[in-house]
Ligand binder design. Structure first.
Ligand SMILES: Cc1cc2nc3c(=O)[nH]c(=O)nc-3n(C[C@H](O)[C@H](O)[C@H](O)COP(=O)(O)OP(=O)(O)OC[C@H]3O[C@@H](n4cnc5c(N)ncnc54)[C@H](O)[C@@H]3O)c2cc1C
Length: 503
């Protein structure tokens, strides 16, 4: 029997892992994970990501051992690591999942393909969700993508066989962040990685937490438990999108059957799961954009928007936004929540990017990198698509400028979230929480919050900046060259469910 190599990347699980199951059928198996310094030390990576990966690897190693297999850990550049291993074991084939990650991984995968060809090693890259490689056109994409998601799940192999040579290989160690030049924030509490945690998270969401998902998701307060919180597990592949899809469909079926047989299921479950299903399909819709155009990590979708913000980067404003001291409590509380936990709900992510793009008029690239490190679920395909959408540079999405003042009133009227992350505002009454700088000096003394001292005054004026940004965007959008470029963006990336309004 030949030796097969399974290369684990952002697919750290044994269930519904087609490369692992296929390799186990085909021969003796080497399971490999490579710590790649070029990825770990890059600008979009954080120590919290590595800790999450390590937690996942510890469980993966244990699970593989129970199947008779072994997980080998190596550190180095690809394909050099493969070269070394090939000299020792002469593996005949590499099995891996297709990966749509950042540009570094894109180039790395090209090098690996070239190496495999040059060394006559077969390489099979298998899709793991609804992202289609070498897609000709977005027409018909949704159908192809959902066919993928409807495919049956692949069971973990019953047994993994080794050879004496494989068994004798050094297992390699879990590498802590201190082994690398990796950037790091001080976190207080972040989700822990691993397949068991991922499954528990999905089960608890479908069993009870998701009942009010549709309404809970908008507020950072209710979203914390009411959103699925699956994103870091999806990003690191602790659970497959297909598993989530299948379990969600099964739960919808179960609820419908209960309702049919007269069991009270409550008015919100099915609507919530319908919203959840849409969000799941957005995952692949957005990732497909990066797959089709890896350059969106660096450049505008719509090239007619080039030059819009490039010349005006205000370092002080950027630093205030990064540190959560803009003087707008909702922006600052969200930023500090991210620093501590690595997660915030969709609406608040959109508001943060809207604020940096419109109120501060900063180009999206550096804020995107900063958020990439903060988000435990950093997924470039979603991230860059969403950042550019919220920054208004796609040309095919409605320009949405969030008011950080209105978001307090709408999403945290009692200030529970804000006071949790901005303790300096703990004595400030609800009515002043959206704009604490409007308190007079007596109120500032009374509520123990001196503006400019305990909490900053706003870095910019909301009304003035809002209007200026809206006018600039409006003027740019109506230029013929913008419209022409937008049409091209739509043809390449647009959702066919919501056709772009034509002139
Ligand atoms: C500026 C910005 C940047 C973002 N960056 C990321 C990122 O790096 N990684 C990431 O996973 N999500 C990103 N999102 C999308 C979304 O905010 C998160 O997926 C969601 O908040 C994660 O929490 P959850 O798993 O509880 O989501 P749920 O609401 O429970 O949704 C379940 C899953 O559906 C998918 N999903 C949900 N919303 C979206 C969306 N708008 N677009 C695409 N897929 C979606 C995700 O895989 C998510 O885990 C970003 C959104 C914005 C506005």
């Amino acid at each position: 029997m030949t030796v097969q190599l399974v290369w684990f990347k952002r697919d750290l699980r044994i269930k519904d892992h087609v490369p692992l199951a296929s390799a186990a059928k085909a021969g003796r198996v080497i399971c490999l994970y490579v710590y790649e310094p070029e990825i770990i030390e890059a600008e979009d990576f954080d120590a919290a990501h590595l800790n999450f990966i390590n937690e996942s690897l510890i469980e993966l190693r244990k699970n593989l051992r129970q199947l008779g297999g072994k997980l080998f850990l190596r550190t180095g550049r690809m394909p050099e690591v493969l070269d070394d291993l090939h000299r020792e074991t002469q593996f005949a084939k590499i099995w891996a999942h297709e990966e749509t990650f950042n540009y570094i991984s894109y180039q790395r995968d090209r090098r690996v393909r070239a190496w495999a060809k040059a060394n006559s090693v077969a390489l099979e890259e298998i899709p793991q969700y609804g992202v289609i490689r070498r897609l000709d056109s977005r027409n018909g994409w949704a159908r192809q993508s959902s066919q993928r998601m409807n495919q049956p799940l692949t069971l973990a192999p019953k047994q993994i066989q080794l050879t004496p040579e494989i068994n004798a290989l050094s297992p390699g160690e879990i590498c802590s962040p201190s082994r690398f030049q990796v950037r790091s924030f001080d976190r207080v509490s972040v989700q822990s990685g691993g397949e068991t945690n991922a499954i528990d998270c999905l089960d608890s969401f479908l069993d009870s937490r998701g009942v009010n998902y549709r309404t809970d998701m908008s507020s950072p307060l209710t979203g914390e438990a009411g959103c699925s919180r699956l994103s870091p597990f999806i990003a690191h592949g602790n659970i497959s999108m297909r598993t989530i899809h299948h379990q969600t469909e099964a739960r919808v079926k179960e609820l419908k059957e209960q309702r049919k047989s007269g069991i009270e299921i409550g008015p919100t479950w099915l609507k919530s799961l319908s919203s959840f299903r849409s969000r799941l399909s957005w995952h692949c819709h957005f990732m497909q954009k990066l797959e089709d155009e890896p350059e969106i990590e660096f450049q505008n979708f719509n090239r007619a928007y080039d030059g819009l913000r490039e010349d005006e980067f205000n370092e002080e404003h950027f630093a205030a936004w990064c540190d959560g001291r803009t003087g707008y409590p909702m922006v600052d509380a969200c930023m500090r929540a991210l620093h501590q936990t690595g997660w915030i709900n969709f609406r608040m992510r959109a508001m943060l990017v809207s604020f940096t793009s419109y109120h501060l008029w900063l180009h999206w690239r550096r804020p995107a990198l900063y958020l990439a490190r903060l988000f435990l679920d950093y997924e470039p395909g979603i991230h860059y698509s969403q950042i550019q959408m919220q920054a208004g540079v796609t040309g095919i999405n409605t320009v949405r400028i969030y008011s950080p003042i209105k978001q307090v009133v709408d999403q945290d009227p009692q200030g529970v979230f804000i006071r949790r992350f901005l303790p300096e505002l703990s004595e400030v009454p609800d009515k002043h929480l959206a704009e604490p700088h409007k308190m007079n000096s007596m109120e500032q003394t009374l509520f123990q919050c001196q503006i400019g001292q305990d909490y900053p005054s706003p870095v910019v004026d909301h009304k003035i900046r809002y209007k200026a940004a809206r006018d600039r965007m409006h003027n740019l959008k109506k230029l013929p060259q913008s419209r022409e470029a937008s049409e091209k963006v739509f043809q390449k990336h647009g959702s066919r469910k919501t056709p772009m309004r034509r002139r």
